[in-house]
Design a protein around this ligand. Sequence first.
Ligand code: 2P0
Length: 323
Amino acid sequence: MERHSKARAHTNIALIKYWGKRDETLFLPMNSSLSLTLDQFYTETTVELSDSFEKDSFILNDRLQDDSETTKISRFLDLFRQEAGIQTPAKITSQNFVPTAAGLASSASAFAALGAAMNDASGLKMDLATLSTYVRRGSGSATRSVYGGFVEWQMGTNSADSMAVEIDDASWDIGMITVAVNTNKKTVSSRDGMKLTVETSAFYPAWLESTAKDLRLIKEAIYKHDFQQLGEITESNGMKMHGTMLGATPPFSYWEALTVEVLTKIREIRRQGWQCYFTMDAGPNVKILCRYSDAEAIQKLLTTAFPDNPVIISKVGGGVKLI
Ligand code: 2P0
């Protein structure tokens, strides 16, 4: 067997956060989440399947990866190989177009691109909803990168129905700005952080209850194109997620001193009349939901306040594509 497929997938930022698994092997989440796919940051991956290869190999950003990285990828590819009834070894070549200066995780776009290329190369050619249930098992957030615009990851009841659903293409003047606070590798991985939170946080039951309500309200805001409601729920949900970490034992936090300064600045910019709302993931960097038409003006205000920190604008991105 000789096959060759290439795919591109964009990263996504959750507005309603995924923070915790109910099944760590199947990557079933504790709650449904909702994200915005970003145009600016993406991964391109080629899968070559050939019986002439001795074993799987994995090249990321022009560097051959070691056995431990390659094994993770092989396990993921095995899900597809099993379904397709093949055992053909693969050569994976992947390029991340996520500027290191942005401090954004790339596992969402990485597994979505790899899954889409493998879906084609293996001959499975499953539809996007089904593909989302496969890429979920590489990284939870990858589930949502299968589609563009606003995407819900429905928690589902089992592995086959915990999938992505397209909510809206977000073609109504939506943008996102990233302020890079610190782009070093984080000390607590999101996988470990969410596990500790689920197992020990005093606030976790309240998080789950409140997130279910936030999801209903944010979908209502998206259907109505109500930007203010969209932004207010985004900001509130992200902060509640970070609150759960302070309630864990031992408590932990991804925030840095500069993070607080950036959040304070965004509130100030909002008081000046700009519609902008912040969210944060498993790191100290800040993402700002705004009108795309306002993004340059807001970027200028932020760059003036934080001249040493990259401030990057992105418009809304599309779903995974074969290229
Ligand atoms: C999210 N994050 O919804 C949340 C918010 C970070 C904070 O998904 O263990 O890399 O691979 O499923 O998807 C980051 O965690 O974790 C993440 P795994 P993932 O975007």
